[in-house]
Design a protein around this ligand. Structure first.
Ligand SMILES: Cc1ncc(COP(=O)(O)O)c(C=O)c1O
Length: 369
């Protein structure tokens, strides 16, 4: 790995670059083909195959992937969409942005993913879709969610922005719902060395509409014939090429994340810490490794003094954000609100050395002594 910024501090994420990426970038610059080329086409094929999905549409961010997913399914004003509040705000922002209404559901207290029971209690006649978020790289309980969706005639849009390669009962996230959104933001399990995203789509007709919306509402091959209200959500050829290279590394990086997580879970089984639970049906990819602790500030300060970065994902539940006040209506989400003051993410990225992860575990243990 190259590009490590400091030797002393242990960061939450490391940016990856190598000679193949650098050479490819130069060759695309020299080629003069910057958009709508072979790199995007191949990235779509390879990403869809990796996810076990029928097709993929590559776009320029995870947020736009969510917006495109909602638009391609015909969701809009007057529709209600059930989302978890324990997520990055983009999940709910995408719903707001297309003029629909986010309805917030609570989470499972053990794996932090959306509670199927709470989804069920919030479905009404206006509900059109549910967005399960595979938070921290742990899949949601998709059988339960798909069963509710089938019964109530809802679309299932997986927010897989943190779960590239994670599996639910042997199926990759992104291949289970009607459509799924991925982010290639720089700190994700794989990136395009900038902003980027993708949707994976089960129905080929929906995929064609999505590809058209991404490109001014025109289908592939037509230049000035526009069938849908469209946008420009395209990704550059350079970023698509980098995504293809990173996708090849993803299985190995996910394996390293899983090894690091297993190491931490064995070392941090201490009174006062709750380590993440991996369900028997799940293969998580640990986008984040999140512990729970009452004295979060104290541990964070201790780790910071030791040169170990930490993060909080996320300190304010989405339904408590000012922008969401008109939709949350003072509703209490007990589990979501209960964990917000206790969660702490520690570095779990695949470029941690054995010495570094040992040092992280020892530093945490030391705080409890
Ligand atoms: C759960 C979730 N949804 C959506 C997004 C939005 O992705 P992006 O930052 O690429 O727009 C992110 C990324 O940060 C995310 O973690």
């Amino acid at each position: 790995m190259t590009g490590r910024k400091t030797m002393n501090k242990i960061n939450m994420a490391e940016m990856y670059s190598d000679d193949e990426i650098k050479n490819k970038t130069v060759s695309i610059l020299d080629s003069g083909r910057y958009i709508k080329g072979e790199e995007n086409q191949k990235f779509e094929e390879e990403f869809a195959r990796f996810c076990g999905s029928n097709s993929a549409v590559i776009v320029n961010s995870g947020t736009n992937a969510l917006i495109l997913a909602l638009k391609s399914l015909g969701i809009g004003p007057g529709d209600e969409i059930i989302v978890p509040s324990h997520t990055f705000i983009a999940t709910a922002n995408a719903v707001l942005f297309i003029g629909a209404k986010p309805v917030f559901a609570d989470i499972n207290p053990e794996n932090y993913t959306i509670s199927p029971d709470d989804i069920r209690s919030k479905v009404n006649k206006a509900t059109k879709a549910v967005i399960p978020v595979h938070i921290y790289g742990h899949p949601c309980d998709m059988d339960e969610i798909c069963e509710i969706a089938e019964e109530k005639d809802l679309c299932v849009i997986e927010d897989a922005c943190q779960s590239h390669g994670a599996e639910y009962k042997g199926r990759k996230t992104g291949s289970i719902g009607d459509i799924a959104a991925f982010s290639f933001f720089p700190s994700k399990n794989m990136t395009v060395s900038g902003d980027g995203g993708a949707i994976t789509v089960r129905d080929p007709e929906v995929a064609e509409i999505a590809a058209a919306i991404r490109d001014q509402g025109r289908r592939d091959g037509s230049k000035y014939f526009h069938e849908f209200p469209g946008l420009n959500l395209r990704l550059s050829e350079i970023h698509a090429a980098i995504g293809r290279i990173q996708l090849r590394h993803l299985p190995e990086w996910n394996m390293k994340r899983r090894e690091n997580a297993a190491f931490f879970s064995s070392k941090l089984d201490l009174d006062g810490i709750v380590v993440p639970k991996e369900e028997s049906w799940a293969k998580a990819v640990y986008h984040q490794y999140v512990i729970r602790i009452k004295d979060r500030e104290g541990l964070q300060k201790h780790l910071s003094e030791k040169g170990i970065a930490t993060g909080i994902h996320y300190p304010i539940p989405v339904h408590m954000q000012p922008v969401m006040a008109p939709y949350a209506k003072g509703e209490a989400l007990q589990v979501t609100e209960g964990i917000a003051d206790e969660i702490l993410s520690i570095p779990v990225h695949p470029f941690l050395s054995s010495a570094e992860r040992e040092y992280i575990a020892e530093s945490i243990t030391e705080y409890f002594r």
